[in-house]
Write a protein that binds this ligand. Sequence first.
Ligand code: NAI
Length: 283
Amino acid sequence: MARLLEGKVAVVTGAGAGIGRAHALALAHAGAKVVVNDLGTDRHGAGRGGQAADLVAAEIQAQGGEAVANHDTVATREGVDGILWAAQSKFGRVDVWVNNAGILRDRTLLNLTDEDFDRVLEVHLRGTFLGTQVAARAMRVQGQGGRIVNTSSLSGLLGNFGQGNYGAAKAGIYGLTRVAALELERFGIAVNAIAPVAITRMTNDLKMFAGSTEADMGPQHIAPAAVFLASPLADGITGQVLGVQGSKIFLYRMETTDGVEKDAAKGPWTPEEIQASWAKISA
Ligand code: NAI
């Protein structure tokens, strides 16, 4: 039986560790040729090293798959051009692009520095914008559609203490996913996001994982969602945010309440009327 992604070429950013590594292994297992991108930073974005990406590419090759390592940053135009070039020069095309690379610089809002804000936005939000754009442009030229899978987070979608920079970036990725899905549909390019929760070096010191094991909450639980979204099984699905937390899968949706309307002839709402109607507005 043909594998789900036989003959497809997939890029995974930040694939040298954690969730990205699991995505890369699973996409290769499904038959894709994989560009394993990773700058090789620590979890705060410091340092760099090619070894992380090299090891994962070697792991895929050892299992009989096809992979190439790439060490560019997702945070610059030159970096994402280099990642695309790795796919095109080695495998001739790109069909799937998974924006996954990320760093953390947690501080409460009152203590957040400009540097911590900018670096986190650069890797997550700018990196996702650049990756989505270079991938979509290449896919449009190829004329056979494509799949883009972004990585959001409950921090951006629901809020999380101490993550103003990260939450803003991840909420931005939600908005970008929704807009890109609308704009790219006419080229047959689907854009979805995953909001994962998994034990990785990014999260292994969080209290929420106390009592959980790798088996319960490891990145291997997230990767099937990326393969699904990258494959024909997800035909017709775009603009969605899939929450994956261990063995639980669900959708995140922006909610609006029914609200209340005032007769426009009676003029705009007054602040006092808004207060008086608050129970209905918020119901
Ligand atoms: P991780 O720290 O294990 O892996 C992230 C990888 O991205 C690292 O290998 C790092 O070297 C690479 N990277 C960092 N900056 C880069 C850059 N500029 N260019 C290329 N590669 C770069 O983290 P994890 O947990 O696997 O996170 C993966 C994604 O999932 C991130 O976007 C993260 O924000 C997101 N996420 C993870 C959650 C979790 O529970 N682990 C929760 C919500 C979201």
